[in-house]
Design a protein around this ligand. Structure first.
Ligand code: MG
Length: 110
């Protein structure tokens, strides 16, 4: 069974408090990833890259996430990547963009 957004919203409204908290987090994170994807599309247009280029972009975001984690520990060099949540959203959004291309290409082959 696939859970839909409507299912999740129903759980948020009627489920136990522990489930409501989880569902709220899941919805918020995924909404933020979607908003980041839309921001990327507005900034860069419809991006299509070879997988090596995508991997470089993804690893850059993973690196920024690691830098933000280092900031929390007082480690590392000065960096703009201080917001861990934001950097993890970037990682997820780039992974989503790659997945979108992979899905698009697999559908073209059918
Ligand atoms: Mg970033």
């Amino acid at each position: 069974m696939t859970m839909t957004r409507k299912d999740l919203e129903s759980i948020v409204e009627s489920g136990p408090e522990s489930i409501q908290k989880f569902a709220h987090l899941l919805l918020q994170v995924n909404e933020d990833v979607l908003n980041e994807r839309l921001r990327q599309n507005e900034k860069w247009g419809h991006q299509r890259h070879d997988l090596g280029t995508w991997l470089m972009i993804l690893i850059e975001e993973v690196g920024e996430s690691a830098q933000a984690m280092q900031v929390k520990k007082g480690w590392g060099k000065p960096t703009d990547a201080s917001n861990l949540y934001e950097e993890l959203i970037h990682v997820s959004a780039v992974a989503s963009a790659i997945a979108e291309q992979v899905l698009e290409e697999s559908r073209k082959r059918k």
